[in-house]
Design a protein around this ligand. Sequence first.
Ligand SMILES: *Cc1c(COP(=O)(O)O)cnc(C)c1O
Length: 478
Amino acid sequence: MDLETLEHIARQLDPDAPQRASLASYVMEYAERHWSGVEGALAFVQQSHPGAGLAEHAFREEGRPISEVLSILEREVDTPGAHGGSGRHFAFIPPSTQIAGALGDYLAASTNKYAGYFFAGPGAVRMENLLLHWMARELGFPQGTHGNLPAGGSLAHIIGICAAREAAGFKAADTPKICVYLSDQAHHCIAKALRVAGLGEARLRVIASDDHFRMRMDRLQAAIQQDVAAGNRPWLLAPTAGTTNSGAVDPLEECAHIAARYGLWMHTDGAYGAFFALCEEGKQRLVGQHQSDSLVADPHKGLFCPFGIGAVLVKHLDPLRRAHAYAADYLPTPPDDLNELSPTESTLEFSKHARALRLWLPLMLFGVSPFRAALEEKLRLAQYAWEKLQSLKGFDPVAAPQLSVMAFRLLPPSGDPDAFQQDLLANLYREGRVFLSSTRLGDRLCLRLAVLALRTHREHVDEAIDCLARAYKQAITN
Ligand SMILES: *Cc1c(COP(=O)(O)O)cnc(C)c1O
């Protein structure tokens, strides 16, 4: 093929203005159907072989019309499974969709500003830093706190843990003596982050939790003292500010005291819960959080962003940079102004898109106060849900909401309670009106109800209670 022909074909990747307008109008219309359909849509769609039809549409040498492509997307991807933005999504940690976050992503991808390195994308880098400094201020962290906006909480944990590792200055031979303390309710991604950070051999001290699923401080102290006496090296204390299982908040203030007394780095997992501190009510429940050396928080949970944005705040810039910063011949010298630290100096990513836009845009357009109100609303709704659950037949409380997650069972008149919870869930999934999930607390299989979707309001909680009552009736007559 001659160059001209190649150019002619290659230019298909770069449509002209009328073609762009046409494509965009299809996509915007499709998205608008999502927004206007959210209220009526099922929260969960159960299918056999969900999404399997995707593979039947192999990539061809020639493209397809957008209408056909969007109908494949709708059928195979956007229909089956959990709804991404339903107010009746109460499972796991519920996700949210919101127009400004989505448009922020659209803008970030359209202009494609580089957010990795100050020299190439100064504005995009400043935007990320601005958001991190805003979070630090809101959550009570001191000036000079830095961090990063990676793709999610799990990656944020790796960043924080690598910084803590650098601060301790371990030698290879130390590893088997290093001790990490977390509760039996901690998220698995902390152990995973340790392994990825090369500390898989460190001793994980899994501290028992109390009746409210909070880390027991007496057990923590005893474990640390035992390790000191045995010549081990207590290093990291990783409490959770809102567990995934039941929303429990470890005693953060006491954790901070203990961390200070024994010289531990306090690395707090607030992936789900940290941003509740944006409202007064939540702040009171998260006392001590700001004393952490590093904190993980997830804007794609607590700030209602689309999936793909986590945050880590780190009080100590030096070890954060030691863990991540590199110089290379093909890069300009980093600027001296560490206030505008380039994100590449505090994460694994290099070619980084301006994901900050998905948070910056909603904050700019709507202001902070709707976020505070939404978070306080979710805390109140959780209390409301807990009260309403009491009226259900067979209600067995397991974990009252400390933030906005609760766990409970509906006990059958007779028979195996665990199997009965499975039946209840199967009934709920078949109907799909509301989406709940389960967990194991102690030796009991429990239902979990988590309130954090942006669109969850009182009527949706009411509907969840109605659905549970209906599922119960079905389960006892089966
Ligand atoms: C969601 C969650 C994580 C993991 O964060 P991702 O953003 O899913 O990677 C860690 N800890 C807790 C408590 C969580 O709820």
